[in-house]
Design a protein. Sequence first.
Length: 546
Amino acid sequence: MLPSRFKKLCTCFTSYQDIPAILLLIVLYVFQGISIGISAAIPFLLQSNYRAGGYNLQATFSISAWPHAMKLLWAPIVDSIYVNFIGRRKTWLIITQYAIGIELIVLASLIDDLFGRDPNKAYSQLGSHHPVAIIPLTIAFFVLTFLTATQDVAVDGWALTLLSKKNVGLASTCNKVGQSLGYALSFILLVCLESPDIPNKYLRRTPIADKGLITFSGFLYAWGFGFMIFNTVLVIFKHEKGSKLDGIIRHFVKSRLFSKSKYSTHSLNSEQTANKNEQTDGSEKVSLLNTYKTIIGVIQLKPVALYLVLLVSAKVCAFGTYRATSLKIIEHGFSREKLALLNLGFLPMDFFLPFLFMRFTTGPKPLTSGLMIFLPRLLTNCLFIPIIHFIPHFRMISNDTLMMNNSNMTTLNNYTTNNINNNTIILMKDKPTYSFPLIFYAIIISGFLLDKITSTIIYVQFHAFHAKISDPIIGGTYMTLLNTVVNLAGALGTTVSLALIERLTIHSCTKNASHSGIHTNTSGIFLNSSLATENTTCYALDGNNR
């Protein structure tokens, strides 16, 4: 006999007929997460290189994420304009996924030049040959995000008709699990394997200096062709219910499987009834104008307006926190590869937490459990303020900083000497390395762990609520409406916060009369109070905490 709790979990999970649909949705969201992860890796690469770092560049590139917040503008087009022979959702899936594959392949041939790398050295530092072309880079990933957002509208709408009404709340679980896996396959692999540190330490017998296991361009080529292959398989083997192509194939299969005597009028009537039911599940033809009118009418409903205010409040409490915290940690010398590995350690939670809360997502009130996490989520974000402020007190600079006597500035291999006075020179690497004690790792892991738990629960529960109340007829647009305000608050908040960090941060060094040494650096990479002598005082008022 199975335990009663296990029986309840199995009961609330799904019926067997929904399992193929769930697997398909997870795979579709995996590919969505791949393109999101590639875009998310860019800020890490920029921030970890002093030639390309700076929060103004980060703020500019964050504009590339705006299409996720603007997709309501074209979501009605996805719901209203399609090829009836292929199907409402598959029409746009085919277009967007082929377009994403093509863009990744084209971008692969341009990415090293956009990064300002030496054309003869695929692993050279960003900005080593010429400055990073941040505007073209932002435009390229803006287009990629636009295609990904359009794909998201189509998949969200298809989920409402793929799943049975009983299990439509599982769309949020498929979304979270699939996107998290895709994010890991792109972001974590790219950040860890493109750098030489992780391969040399864990994967290679003989370390190779300044050479990662993969190149950024090669990674884009691989996933570009991956999108093309997967989309071709989807076109051939999966047909949307209610489309003319699906009806033709069903009729052909039944005519081959059954003899004419068995394929009776009763069978034809049952098939016609099934087709009618599919039409009522979200395949009705809705005009583009009526779709926009419906959305305007929905927004004017008082309960919806109040709910949208609630969503904005929830997002404002956390806007820019995770992005800014991660970038600040990298700025203070924490390895981007180690930070990516920490994210990899949190990956199992993205799989288990949605299933752990499945009873609530498939229940009648998924919003209740999401609201209960609001206060813990806010308190978790507040914890990052002292963590970032005290990072310089935890880090320990390596032996890359040396003192020597000289009167002129010189450059020796990867070291730069800077004249402080007539006799004192600081000698350090272009990219200084730091080590951190175990207590710092414990603090960072605890903070990110709490953030991951609260954000995942809120995301899954709210997404499940949106799936339950959305009308399948304009399902993609309805789901997009409920998510747009959240995404808009997050996108604009992130851009504004990143733009203000550098403007609000004050670096200052004062010297006593007995010493003329001054240490300054606007990027914050080299600014370290431990470098100052006893006669020099350096401090920074961090704009991230203001």
